[in-house]
Write a protein that binds this ligand. Structure first.
Ligand SMILES: Cc1cc2nc3c(=O)[nH]c(=O)nc-3n(C[C@H](O)[C@H](O)[C@H](O)COP(=O)(O)O)c2cc1C
Length: 328
């Protein structure tokens, strides 16, 4: 897959996820085989008004050229200014959010609300495309606002005409948020309608889903969201499948816990102990999901505030799994 002048080594990328795809998780995802990762969505206005928490999200040091910055906002001039800053920071390209369903965002006419205001969406894309050329701008959108307003094809054509060099389509409407099944048919229809690469998104939970999504829609690449939470291994599995190589087996519990511990250490190193441990709770729950007796460990982890404490809980649990294995 090629977007603008950027050639991806595989057509498999990790989705932008607010509160999840921070610098550390992005590194893990890339090492696991994601050809490219996206930042969490970043407020263009927050950057413009020098909000320090927003600027922290723009720290791409050490990953320049391998991460896409996703911006959200509604003012073309501010979006263009922020896009230029993203390129300065080392973004491979800039992606514009037209999919966020959260009322706090859509109420301001941002995120998925832009699907209901295509003239504005077009103005934003054109303004960004002009200032960051030749760096590409792309758009991530949904199927539509609701079942009565399914307009991804029209929206995709509009943003491509304005200069978007690829579009990602999440096959759910805004009113579905993240529930129900993603509609892959709308992705096929967008692919048929536009001349730029289309990245399909929604419900890639297992490696085979990625192949099925590409087959069903003709999309050029796939984007994995929730399917990679606690499961970065899905990327190497998908890539093996796409290359016709033998698919590596899923990680055993020790491998999963080993990754969880490494992720935890990296988080604490970057964010400090209190913040790192707290922010890791959701990731640890995802790594533990499906393992025997995971609920109890998760509960204990959630009551522990230190790196040493959480490490001990996970190491104890690993030892118990090992001895259960041996006694079998
Ligand atoms: C916790 C979470 C945070 C998300 N944050 C963003 C975001 O910042 N920007 C965005 O475009 N999509 C965001 N999404 C949507 C995902 O990128 C993706 O489109 C969606 O989860 C569907 O893919 P999936 O079925 O593979 O999970 C988020 C999804 C989740 C679950």
């Amino acid at each position: 897959m090629q977007i603008g002048t950027i050639v991806l080594e595989a057509p498999v990328v990790a989705a932008p996820m607010a509160g999840v795809t921070d610098k550390i998780f992005r590194r893990i995802l890339r090492e696991a085989g994601a050809a490219l990762t996206f930042t969490e969505m970043i407020s263009a206005k927050g950057l413009y008004y020098r909000n320090s928490a927003t600027w922290e999200l723009m720290d791409l040091k050490g990953e320049e050229g391998r991460v896409v910055v996703q911006l959200f906002g509604r003012e073309p001039e501010i979006m263009a200014w922020a896009a230029r800053e993203a390129v300065k920071a080392g973004a491979a390209w800039v992606d514009l959010n037209m999919g966020c369903p959260t009322p706090k965002i859509t109420r301001n006419g941002e995120g998925a609300a832009l699907m209901r205001d295509l003239p504005r969406a077009r103005d934003i894309v054109a303004a960004v495309a002009e200032v960051i050329y030749p760096v590409p701008v792309t758009v991530k959108m949904r199927k539509g606002w609701d079942e009565g307003e399914v307009n991804a094809v029209e929206a995709a054509c509009a943003v491509v005409e304005a200069g978007a060099r690829a579009v990602t389509v999440h096959g759910r409407t805004r009113s579905q948020f993240y529930s129900g099944r993603a509609d892959w048919e709308i992705i096929r229809r967008v692919k048929e309608a536009v001349g730029v690469p289309v990245i399909g998104n929604g419900d890639v939970w297992r490696p085979e889903d990625a192949l099925a999504l590409m087959k069903a829609t003709g999309c050029d690449g796939v984007m994995v969201g929730r399917g990679c939470l606690g499961n970065p291994w899905i990327f190497s599995q998908i890539r093996a499948l796409l290359d016709g190589r033998e698919v590596p087996p899923p990680p055993d519990p020790r491998e999963r816990l080993g990754m969880a511990l490494r992720h935890l250490r990296m988080a604490v190193e970057r964010k400090g102990e209190a913040k790192g441990v707290k922010e890791m709770r959701k990731h640890l729950a995802w790594y533990l999901k499906g393992l025997p007796g995971a609920a109890r460990v998760r509960q204990a982890v959630n009551n522990e505030g230190t790196l040493a404490g959480v490490t001990a809980l996970l190491e104890d649990y690993m030892a118990r799994l090992n001895s259960a294995d041996r006694s079998r």
